[in-house]
Write a protein that binds this ligand. Structure first.
Ligand SMILES: C[S@@+](CC[C@H](N)C(=O)[O-])C[C@H]1O[C@@H](n2cnc3c(N)ncnc32)[C@H](O)[C@@H]1O
Length: 343
């Protein structure tokens, strides 16, 4: 999967230079003045418009007003690709909703929201070449070149509304956005927006993980009502939304963390510790600890997962959109291309 993504594509480089007529010196001057405000040069020297900025420590984070995510961009790509492989091994497949036959027959439209580097989207588009796939993310980590012809990527923030008509997609997928939204956003914005763009009779699926780890300490905290696991609010919000057919389904798997749990456990501890290291700058500031203290905390975590046989849970929640009126008038992918509103 990673082999498909050229270096420029991975960085989300704008294919068309925004400023073509300037001389070299002028371009350099503009580059210097724009660098800290989120505009950068691509590898060919042209200026590109980006939605990210540098932190004090020189890491890039995105620059979007209603985002809570603080992870640096490029470092995340490789980790997310490895994370995809971990969850693929745990679940043994890429989705649970009963849409395999339709995907194989072709002509159906799939949306992946918060697609990150587009690993799921591309793998699915290769597995089902007769269906169309769209990945959306507000961070341009996804490739614009070297992708299958039935896959495309669009930059958008779901909290501002998705740039698609009602009843557009047969299957809408969202994976691992547990830290991106408040419970109110899940209920009032995310779930309604995903169901809006789903066709009547189509499916919406979430794959999420708890951000809590299970061991004795967490069990005590849970008994005191301190932690709120995602499986208590996302399916409830889906059930409460009258646009879902009754009986939203939930599936659960455990992910064991640490060398004690074999190869998958090693992949999991590697993913988690690299994830914490990727957000070292903002997290150590938040925690008011020095750089080396933060590293020690991450190292202690890695030791403790072995000692306490830590694990976390990963979930899939999926439901079907009710059919209330005649089906959407958009019937073929070519019409859809004309009607979809790219930002
Ligand atoms: C942990 S990554 C998961 C990526 C991908 N779904 C996967 O499973 O590999 C979360 C992604 O959600 C994106 N994201 C977070 N909030 C978003 C929002 N409000 N709108 C669109 N994308 C968002 C982030 O930019 C990031 O790429």
């Amino acid at each position: 999967m990673g082999g498909r993504q050229s270096k420029t594509a991975v960085l989300g480089v704008h294919p068309t230079p925004l400023i073509k007529t300037d001389g070299k010196a002028e371009r350099r001057k503009k580059f210097r003045s724009l660098r800290s405000s989120g505009t950068l040069a691509s590898f060919d020297g042209s200026l590109i418009n980006e939605t990210w900025r540098f932190t004090g420590g020189g890491k890039r984070i995105h620059n979007l007003k209603n985002s809570k995510s603080v992870a640096p961009l490029v470092e995340e790509i490789e980790r997310l690709q490895r994370q995809h492989r971990l969850f693929k091994r745990i679940w043994q497949n890429n989705f649970s909703a009963p849409i395999e036959e339709k995907l194989k027959s072709g002509g159906i439209r799939v949306l992946d929201v918060g697609c990150g580097p587009g690993t799921w989207t591309i793998e699915m588009s290769e597995a089902y070449p007769l269906s169309s796939f769209t990945g959306v993310d507000f961070t341009p980590l996804f490739p614009q070149e070297g992708k299958p012809t039935n896959a495309k990527f669009i930059q958008a923030n779901i909290l501002d509304g998705l740039p698609f008509l009602d009843d557009t997609f047969d299957f809408v997928n969202m994976r691992l956005l547990v830290t991106a939204f408040t419970t109110a956003e899940w209920e009032q914005k995310v779930i309604p927006e995903l169901i809006r763009v789903t066709r009547q009779g189509g499916w919406v699926e979430f794959m999420e993980s708890d951000i809590q780890y299970y061991n004795e300490v967490v069990t005590i905290m849970k008994s005191k009502g301190i932690v709120t696991p995602i499986n208590s609010y996302v399916p409830k919000s889906m059930e409460a939304n009258e646009k879902f057919v009754e009986g939203v389904q939930t599936e659960e798997k455990s992910c064991f963390v640490g060398h004690w749990a074999g190869e998958l456990g090693q992949m999991a501890v590697d993913d988690i510790t690299k994830g914490w290291s990727a957000v070292k700058m903002p997290m150590s500031t938040l925690m008011k600890v020095k750089s080396h203290e933060y590293d020690e905390i991450v190292a202690t975590f890695a030791k403790e997962v072995e000692q306490y046989k830590t694990y976390f849970k990963t979930w899939r929640f999926f439901g079907q959109k009710v059919v209330t009126t005649a089906s959407s008038s958009i019937t073929s992918p070519s019409q859809w291309q004309e009607q979809s509103q790219s930002p």
